[in-house]
Design a protein around this ligand. Structure first.
Ligand SMILES: Nc1ncnc2c1ncn2[C@@H]1O[C@H](COP(=O)(O)OP(=O)(O)O)[C@@H](O)[C@H]1O
Length: 294
């Protein structure tokens, strides 16, 4: 069975499709994978969830999206989830849901999130396990996780609980990430995300030129736009610093296990989405889906 077929067990039969960029990335990194690193952690949080580990052939895909704040993890993960029929589980959304509730955790979380710091592993894992258990009880199968894991400890605990098939690491230059975070807006009524930043970066120091058109809201959302309280420049810079310090090692964790697919976004959604589908070997899949719904 090809690596691709192993990672995409439910999407299409093992067609023997020829090697894509996606497959080349995986095979080059899997050579470095080390068995001795996949030890199961003995942390108590590891035992606190009631999740069933299922054989890949009996479940849908289980993917992770990694990437700095502002890179577009949520946008691309939720589009893929719609396409593939799996739930999009974003730990940032779980935290924001908790923040907007009158729960006991809310005040404690508010301070941490507004400073751009990471919520403790205990809290984030309890929110995540609750969400995964709820999905399991409802018969959901598979997911794309967005914003988790963000520390090596989280990655180890997840690895001990659940089989992750593939980790997609989205990348953009840091100056663009900051502009994108500052341009983010959310409709307080429908909950959809938009971006008012218009990005035009000249090609310099070996980096390609890049432009991204704003993702503007429809007329009826315009007056209801809000900005996340943690999307100020100071807090965004702190979140990027924390990403580089705590989350970048998670990229290596998955690279060593041969699960990491690096994807440099070539521009905005119109350029990046088709390219992402192509590297995931899903471009035909979208054609079939849209053909089916046409
Ligand atoms: N896996 C996690 N571990 C710890 N804290 C998290 C995690 N996921 C989300 N958070 C908290 O929620 C905030 C918002 O998360 P998210 O929406 O994913 O932000 P970003 O735009 O920085 O990717 C984070 O800054 C952090 O405080």
């Amino acid at each position: 069975m090809t690596t691709l077929a192993r990672l995409l067990p439910k999407l299409r039969p093992a067609s023997g499709a020829s090697s894509s960029y996606f497959q080349r990335c995986l095979s080059s990194s899997s050579a470095a994978a080390s068995q001795s690193e996949s030890q199961i952690p003995s942390h108590p949080l590891f035992f606190s969830a009631n999740l069933t580990r299922r054989d890949p052939k009996d479940r849908n895909l289980q993917w992770v999206f990694l990437g700095c704040p502002g890179v577009g993890k949520g946008t691309y993960a939720s589009r893929l989830c719609n396409l593939l029929g799996v739930p999009h589980i974003a730990t940032g959304d779980l935290v924001r849901d908790e923040l907007s509730s009158a729960g006991a955790l809310s005040a404690q979380l508010k301070e941490i999130v507004n400073q751009g710091k990471l919520v403790s592993d205990e809290i984030i894992l309890s929110l995540l396990w609750k969400r995964l258990e709820g999905g399991q009880d409802k018969g959901q199968s598979g997911f794309i996780l967005d914003g988790f894991p963000r520390t090596i400890k989280q990655a180890e605990i997840l690895e001990g609980m659940i089989d992750i098939d593939l980790v997609v690491n989205l990348k953009l230059p840091e100056d663009i990430l900051i502009e994108k975070c500052l341009g983010r807006r959310l409709c307080s009524q429908c909950g959809k995300n938009f971006n008012i930043a218009s990005i035009n970066v000249k090609g310099e120091n070996g980096n390609p030129a890049m432009s991204m058109a704003p993702l503007l809201p429809p007329e009826n959302c315009m007056s209801k736009l809000i900005t996340r309280t943690d999307d100020t420049e100071e807090v965004v810079r702190e979140r990027l610093r924390i990403y580089n310090d705590k989350t970048q090692p998670v990229e290596d964790f998955y690279r060593r296990r041969g699960k990491l697919l690096e994807f440099n976004l070539p521009g905005g959604i119109p350029e990046s989405w088709p390219k992402l589908l192509q590297v995931l070997d899903l471009d035909d899949y979208e054609d079939k889906q849209s053909a089916a719904t046409a």
